[in-house]
Design a protein around this ligand. Structure first.
Ligand code: ZN
Ligand code: ZN
Length: 343
């Protein structure tokens, strides 16, 4: 089968590799769509260092069941499926507490956050245990379905950890893929004002289309002044979804007493100054959200099925697996939001 194998920093090679064999409790999935996550791209550029070549990346996967192991009776050939990248053991203390993404014996399919990384979705096929399979809603495209994983991580951040409540004012810094999924959730969740900050007008336009009540280009105006012009009492929730340290710093700069900050996007090393006393007196709450567990995958897929959120709306670029180089180049385009590979 064809696979895009990362052989080293900026060395992505299209290779003919054997179709993976399946164990008795596994299925073979023909990949129909796989999103490129910023973490994939950071591995490619070398900004992310927690991987060893050769590796097949890609963890936002949807596809069709092509073969099933001897012990598999709940899935059959032709089933349309969504994959969660996290394979949790189900038996450690964290798994039993419903925190599968903290699994002590976890593995991840084409992603990061677990010690063992299995081949991912930038390939024609992946072999996976049935525990990571979810039924693709019939009304969802493979593209939307592939984005269940980033939607689930966003759901965990916005709804479960930062506890968005009806009518609350939300500021999202960064109108990239994650920022816009957070926006879709905030809108669906009944936020009051949804203010999106970015430096690229094309992305801010997309944010408007997806229901942002206000957008701010922080290259043109002072973002704190602009936010407080719109909501003089300040935001209930601030999400950092730009992935850069300046945005993390700005998140704290936008708070008032009682704001809940979510450190959602920064995945690169580095530090920012924070004032413990300010956090104390303002009772600033800091949350984050990394990776997914079965509960939030289930919730995210149900939101797609019910038409409450459509993650497919953020897709701006599509490529065949044979065009992986072009797809990686597209990651650098300023108007790029989500890039999808269709093997
Ligand atoms: Zn990801
Ligand atoms: Zn576990």
């Amino acid at each position: 089968m064809l696979a895009a194998v990362l052989e080293g920093v900026r060395q992505m090679e299209l290779k003919d590799v054997p179709v993976p064999g399946i164990k008795r409790n596994e299925v073979l999935v023909r990949v129909k769509a796989c999103g490129i996550c910023q973490t994939d791209y950071s591995a490619y550029t070398g900004r992310r260092t927690n991987w060893t070549p050769p590796i097949i990346l890609g963890h936002e996967i949807s596809g069709v069941v092509e073969d099933v192991g001897d012990e598999v009776d709940s899935w059959k050939l032709g089933d349309e499926v969504i994959l969660s990248p996290v394979i949790s053991c189900g038996e450690c203390d964290n798994c039993r507490l419903g925190l599968g993404h903290y699994c002590r014996n976890g593995k991840v399919i084409g992603g990061e956050g677990q010690k063992i990384v299995l081949p991912g979705g930038f390939a024609e096929y992946v072999a996976v245990p049935t525990s990571v399979l979810y039924k693709k809603p019939a009304n969802a495209t493979f593209e939307s379905a592939a984005l269940s994983e980033p939607l689930a991580g966003s759901y965990k951040g916005m709804i479960e950890y930062s506890n968005l409540r009806l009518g609350e004012d939300v500021v999202i810094i960064g109108a990239g893929a994650m920022g816009l999924l957070l926006l879709e959730l905030a809108v669906a969740g009944g936020a009051g004002n949804t203010i999106v900050i970015d430096v690229v007008d094309a992305r801010l336009k997309k944010a408007k289309e997806l229901g942002a009540t206000h957008t701010i280009n922080s290259k043109e105006v002072d973002p704190r002044e602009a936010v407080y012009d719109i909501i003089p009492n300040g935001p209930d929730i601030v999400f950092e979804a730009a992935g850069v340290l300046e945005a993390a710093k700005l998140s704290f700069g936008l708070t008032r007493r009682g704001t809940r900050v979510n450190m959602f996007g920064v995945i690169i090393p580095g530090e920012i100054p924070v004032s413990p006393a300010e956090i104390h007196f303002n009772e600033t709450r800091v949350d984050a959200s990394f990776s997914v567990n079965p509960r939030v995958m289930t919730k995210a897929i149900s939101l797609i099925e019910k038409g409450k959120v459509d993650p497919g709306k953020i897709v701006t670029h599509r490529f065949n697996l044979t065009e992986i180089d072009k797809a990686l180049e597209a990651m650098e385009l300023p108007d790029r939001i989500k890039v999808i590979i269709n093997p």
